[in-house]
Design a binder for this molecule. Structure first.
Ligand code: PEP
Ligand code: MN
Length: 292
């Protein structure tokens, strides 16, 4: 058993090696993480949170410390976002997934963040991975911009080795010769990673395509490929977004995404969208519980 529940009294065993092709991948409850790219204001975050909760989102996303290509682009609200997150989490009662860009942010974010996200640009930041490995929260680890899948799994091992086995892998597109889309979403990564590890594998079709009209089709395809969840960006007025507006689903787009997603999950013989929290009682299973 590779992934013991942290509450279990049994000693956690590090997988050596992580990749064991004979093992049958676990089935995880499907998760849908949704929210704006960046938290811009209380009003925006609350509006999006309420809308996505209504459609069955299982967790919220929202950037606080952003990794922007340009130094003069919006860098996130930083610490100012914390009271906003606290308030909105209370309103919708959903866990919060947030990118962490520096180990010094652990103390600041710990209060409001339920799942730490490691962004694509930091997949190779092994010191950050080691520090997150000392925490007890689930880590959503994104694939690096040009990382081989085996390098991606090797990065996950840094978190394991430091003591945290609650790792969720996330395919978010890679750089290829193709310039028509922001990235090339590698959906073959989903069954590959599931066959080579026992970790849950999620897909980010927002960064994976960079184009709003491609996000829902790739979210459906991710579910059909066996992903354990999706993480998508939603903004009620994408043209006003301070980051990643071109790839944000509107609330109406998101409402249209969900029913077909549920039908695909049904066709895949897996339970549809179920809440992270509702799944906590099942923590006896040897899978990482999603929240503390
Ligand atoms: C994000 O999720 O907002 C983000 C920056 O993602 P990535 O690290 O995949 O580019
Ligand atoms: Mn983004």
């Amino acid at each position: 058993m590779l992934f013991l529940d942290p509450q279990s009294s049994k000693t956690q065993k590090l997988p050596q090696p992580l990749m064991t092709s004979e093992e049958t991948p676990e089935t995880f409850p499907f998760s849908m993480i949704a929210g704006p790219c960046s938290i811009e204001s209380y009003e925006l975050f609350s509006e999006v949170a309420r809308a996505v909760k209504k459609q069955g989102a299982t967790a919220l996303r929202g950037g606080i410390f952003k990794m922007r290509t340009r130094a003069d682009a919006f860098q996130g609200l930083g610490g100012e976002a914390l009271p906003i997150v606290k308030q909105v989490k209370q309103e919708v009662d959903l866990p919060f997934v947030c990118e962490i860009t520096d180990p010094r942010q652990i103390a600041v974010l710990d209060e409001v963040v339920d799942v730490f996200q490691v962004g694509a640009r930091n997949m190779h930041n092994y010191e950050l991975l080691k520090e997150l490995g000392k925490t007890h929260k689930p880590i959503l680890l994104k694939r690096g911009l040009a990382a081989y899948l085996d390098e991606f799994l090797a990065a996950a091992e840094y978190i394991f080795k430091a003591g945290n086995t609650r790792v969720i892998l996330c395919e978010r597109g890679i750089r290829t010769f193709e310039r028509s889309t922001r990235n090339t979403l590698d959906l073959s990564a989903v069954p590959y990673l599931k066959q080579k590890s026992q970790l849950p594998v999620m897909v980010d079709p927002s960064h994976g395509t960079g184009i709003r009209s491609l996000v829902s089709p790739m979210a459906w395809a991710a579910a059909a490929a066996g992903a354990d969840g999706i993480i998508v960006e939603v903004h009620p007025r994408p043209q006003e977004a301070l980051s990643d507006g071109e790839q944000a689903l509107t609330i109406e787009d998101f409402e249209a995404l969900v029913p077909r997603l549920n039908r695909i999950l049904e066709a895949m013989d897996r339970p549809g969208l179920s809440s992270f929290q509702a799944n906590l009682p099942a923590a006896k299973r040897t899978v990482p519980a999603w929240t503390n």
